[in-house]
Design a protein around this ligand. Structure first.
Ligand code: AGP
Length: 608
């Protein structure tokens, strides 16, 4: 996820662009840049660093005179955060500059075509292909050019474009990434969201997918793919600037929960092509894959919990023995790892000290390392032999939500890829999984939408001294993450137990009214889990079951139910965890906790 801004008016553009980018910094902050139409040409300044560095380099924008410009703050997906990979990108003839939020899924083939045509590339980004397409197809009419270039792109994009032939205007294009136009007096703006606009104007136009805009100081023209003018209503922003940073949500955590379907889609969609899992990021040789005789997954916290689900998926689909080790344990345990071990290191931040140390240890022992990471160019990513990025966008809240579910998505892709490559997964079963993984973003959205009553459930548990989470196999892995979410933001003691373990001691802690969250989405083990539910109920527990919405038997036995759409057992965790994240959120909110910045915690544990 990145942030883009644009301005066309009578004021100096660069200072306005820089201010707007600062408001969008939470959307991405590993590199930034601005482009302004100067007296003689388009001038660009950009840095592989924070916006403050750009501000300093341009002396607050003074070094870029001009009243029309675009700006970008980046969350790297393709290409590390360097000066060259920062946006804006300039066409070879200097006539066009572009900023982009989104992912161009077919950029590789377009890049090859443009290279054959003799265009020179400066960056590793997917975005740069667009600015060369503009040069290639420019016919003197920007509206035609924009439409023909957009027709060649697949993926998501919110674009801001300058053309030196049109010195008084900026161009905007929207497809599956947000883009909003701000209406000023003798000046107009665009931005990725209202945060960057609300200090200038509260009158906005929301572009829809497939819409283009020509924005000059006194006019805004919106048209569609067919070139037809689109009449757009003007909306009035009611948010404060502060609220706008969170997209109108009271906390980043809630905003990021609602981003999870889109984040999982961004992680999965570019890697499913013609019904196959295609992992260009993982150029494993056939020979290497056949040589792998064990996989070790290592991580910390929620990433470790994701690894527990990944283990079950990889063992089931690929038939390779997998063990999951806490990074802080593995690094001091003389692990039996060698060149036949594939090590999967999972980390949202890519900067967790224990995880990095474990990764170094595994490499020293001869293993190849696959990093599943959310931050491009982070230490875990740089150390890894292969990297499968989770394209969740920046995660601001300390308690991870979209970081965890996109890690699950990436692990499902790896499991399917290995299962296929090692000819372990029967074709029909492979097809069923591919069809179902495609449905997950929609099922996730349905899960969020159907669990609107969770604040009421939170009101029933927020004063309890302890909450237990139980489950078996995949449900046990999810219960660990559900318990962590509750304790880390509401500070309520929460413990996860393998349901079969209750009788071995823990059931002694169950009293009348003790809340027990029972994860009941593993169909093969449902009967067993239900017998544990009945055992705790017999001792007075208040059972809150998480189960499929048509699982009548479980619903009948539960005091409260949290329902999710039915899916394959291995994929159920990516749905079950959503209401558990929301339950934790509403419980902490009820307690008045500092949800985005819980006490004693940091977003990235960069020390041991
Ligand atoms: C999760 O909500 C916690 N913030 C924490 O457990 C986190 O998952 C852990 O510190 C690992 O972080 P990483 O994924 O950035 O390596």
């Amino acid at each position: 996820m990145c942030g883009i801004v644009g301005y066309s008016g009578k004021q100096e553009a660069a200072p306005i662009l820089l201010e707007g980018l600062k408001k969008l910094e939470y959307r991405g902050y590993d590199s930034a840049g601005v482009a302004v139409i100067g007296a003689d040409r388009i001038r660009i300044e950009k840095v592989g660093g924070r916006i403050a560095l750009l501000d300093e380099k341009t002396e607050g924008g003074k070094k870029l005179p001009g009243t029309v410009g675009i700006g970008h703050t980046r969350w790297a997906t393709h290409g590390a955060p360097t000066d060259m990979n920062a946006h804006p990108h300039l066409s070879n003839d200097g006539r066009f500059a572009i900023v982009h939020n989104g992912i161009i899924e077919n950029y590789a083939s377009i890049r090859e075509e443009l290279l054959r045509d003799g265009y020179k590339f400066e960056s590793e980004t997917d975005t740069e292909v667009i600015v060369h397409l503009l040069e290639k197809y420019y016919d003197g009419d920007m509206k035609n050019t924009l439409r023909s270039v957009a027709s060649k792109l697949s993926g998501s994009y919110a674009l801001g474009i300058l053309c030196s032939e049109y010195p008084d205007r900026v161009f905007a294009v929207r497809e599956s990434s947000p883009l909003i136009i701000g209406i000023g007096v003798g000046e107009n703006f665009f931005a990725s969201d209202v945060t960057a606009l609300v200090q200038h104007t509260k009158n906005v136009i929301y572009l829809e997918d497939g819409e283009f805009a020509v924005i000059s100081p006194a006019n805004i023209e919106v048209f569609d793919y067919a070139g037809r003018t689109v009449e757009k209503p003007v909306s009035r922003i009611t948010w404060s600037v502060k609220a706008a940073e969170k997209g109108g949500y009271p906390h980043f955590m809630l905003k990021e929960i609602h981003e999870e379907p889109g984040a999982v889609k961004a992680t999965i969609a570019p890697r499913i092509r013609d019904g196959e899992v295609v992992l260009d990021d993982l150029p494993f040789s056939e020979e290497y894959l056949q040589s792998v005789d064990q996989i070790t997954i290592t991580a910390c916290g929620s990433a470790y919990h994701a690894g527990l689900v990944g283990r079950l998926a990889i063992e089931k689909m690929a038939g390779i023995p997998v063990r999951v080790e806490l990074a802080s344990e593995l690094r001091y345990s003389d692990p039996i790892i060698n060149e036949k071990t594939l090590v999967i290191v999972i980390s949202q931040s890519g900067e967790t000290a224990d995880t990095i140390a474990a990764e170094r240890e595994c490499k020293a022992l001869g293993a190849k390392v696959l990093g599943i990471v959310n931050v491009v160019g982070s230490t875990v990513a740089k150390l890894a032999d292969y990297v499968l990025y989770t394209w969740a966008g920046p995660e601001i809240a300390v308690a991870t939500t979209k970081g965890y579910t996109t890690q699950l998505a990436a692990l499902y892709l790896v499991a399917l890829f290995l299962g296929k490559q090692r000819k372990r997964l029967p074709e029909e079963e492979y097809r069923e999984y591919i069809d179902e993984i495609d449905r997950l973003p929609k099922l996730m959205q349905d899960t969020i939408d159907m669990n609107y009553a969770l604040p009421d459930l939170a009101a029933q548990i927020y004063e309890k001294p302890a909450v237990f989470y139980i489950g078996r196999n995949t449900d046990y892995a999810v219960s660990l993450e559900g318990a962590l979410k509750l304790k880390e933001i509401s500070y309520i003691h929460a413990e996860a137990y393998a349901a079969g373990e209750l009788k071995h001691g823990t059931i002694a802690l169950i009293d009348v009214g003790t809340p027990v969250v029972a994860l009941c989405c593993n169909e093969a083990l449902l009967e067993k889990t239900m017998s544990n539910v009945i055992e705790v109920k017999a001792r007075g527990a208040k059972v809150i079951s998480v189960t499929f919405r048509d699982e009548d038997e479980v619903i009948a036995q539960s005091d409260e139910c949290i329902l999710v759409p039915r899916t394959k057992t291995l994929f159920a965790p990516i749905l079950e965890i959503l209401p558990l994240q929301m339950l934790a959120y509403y419980t902490a909110d009820k307690k008045g906790c500092d949800i985005d910045k819980p006490k004693n915690l940091a977003k990235s544990v960069t020390v041991e």
